[in-house]
Design a protein around this ligand. Structure first.
Ligand code: SF4
Ligand code: ZN
Ligand code: ZN
Length: 309
């Protein structure tokens, strides 16, 4: 293995070489730089203040664990929320790791089990659904995280989307010219009626940086994959972006930052009409009486197949 170059700042042994910035750093300078990138992102996009209660969506993966740790280190008022999706061994390990991390670091974690909240696990729902597993799981997670953040009195929901995720998603949205999704792809989405404010504080950090952050801080994270992640389109897009980055370092950062500058061009000409779901009262853009979540629940209760949206 090639030796790491010496730290650009203190000349001590290198811990990581950030190719996109051509910057070799020792462990200590890497950790302080990582935290300042997050701090700068929070400030630049006016994400939240030290007085606000921030809820971190904790999956047990490296991104959300690193995010939670960084925010706590920066003295933000953070609490974690973990949804046990009931995805066999994957969910059991994810929950255990999240709970152990909270205990070791003296952080508050709220755990919700889908089986208890909804009566069904993602596994049960996927078996009855014509939708792709990640699509139905995404709908449920977004709904639950939004509702639970409100119920817990949090004003902001922070997620661990990193630069790799964001660039792959941007590529996917452009390939399909998903104008509405493009407009909503941003590090901060303001609070709207019925929707909490959503932020992505680690959006300018790569997957590799978050992995190395966990390694440096000895943070355990789930390293088994969800049984439904295989073959997901997002993984293909991640690989493609990685190939480009490998040849042309800093492409991901330029791609994403450049898009944020022109994102307003995709603002919808008229506001999407929302109405209250007749069952749960949450706002929905669906053209039916019930929101998508309640429709899934209803179909499960009636033992009917879940249709595509
Ligand atoms: Fe849900 Fe898909 Fe993620 Fe698995 S890979 S947790 S099914 S979104
Ligand atoms: Zn150094
Ligand atoms: Zn509803």
């Amino acid at each position: 293995m090639a030796r790491q170059k010496r730290c650009r700042i203190c000349k001590r042994e290198g811990f990581i070489h950030l190719r996109y910035a051509n910057l070799p750093l020792c462990k200590e300078h890497f950790l302080s730089r990582t935290r300042s990138v997050v701090q700068d992102t929070i400030k630049k996009f006016k994400m939240f203040s030290k007085e606000q209660k921030v809820i971190v969506a904790v999956s047990g993966g490296k991104d959300s664990m690193a995010l939670w740790h960084i925010l706590a280190q920066l003295d933000y008022k953070v609490e974690g929320i973990h949804i046990d999706l009931g995805l066999r061994e994957f969910s059991m390990i994810s929950r255990k790791i999240s709970e152990e991390f909270a205990e070791t670091h003296g952080l508050k974690l709220h755990v919700f089990s889908l089986k208890e909240e909804l009566n069904y696990t993602i596994e049960d729902i996927v078996k009855k659904s014509y939708e792709k597993p990640c699509s139905v799981c995404g709908t449920i997670k977004r709904y639950m995280l939004n509702r639970l953040t409100y119920e817990m009195g949090g004003s902001v929901l922070a997620t661990g989307h990193n630069l790799d995720d964001e660039s792959a998603r941007l590529m996917g949205n452009i390939l399909n010219w998903e104008e509405e999704y493009l407009y909503r792809q941003y590090p901060v989405l303001p609070e709207e009626e019925g929707m909490v404010k959503k932020v992505k504080p680690v959006v300018f950090l790569t997957r590799k940086e978050l992995l190395k952050y966990c390694e440096a801080e000895q943070i355990s994270y789930v390293d088994v994959s969800c049984p439904h992640s295989r073959g997901a389109r997002s993984l293909v897009l991640l690989d493609i972006m990685e190939m480009i980055e490998d040849k042309y370092p800093a492409t991901k950062l330029r791609f994403v930052k450049g898009f944020y500058k022109i994102r307003e061009k995709f603002a919808p000409s008229k506001k999407v009409e929302l109405h209250k779901c007749v069952k749960c009262g949450m706002l929905t853009a669906s053209n039916k009486d019930l929101c998508r979540f309640c429709r899934i629940k209803e179909r499960m209760e009636k033992n009917e197949a879940i249709e595509r949206t």
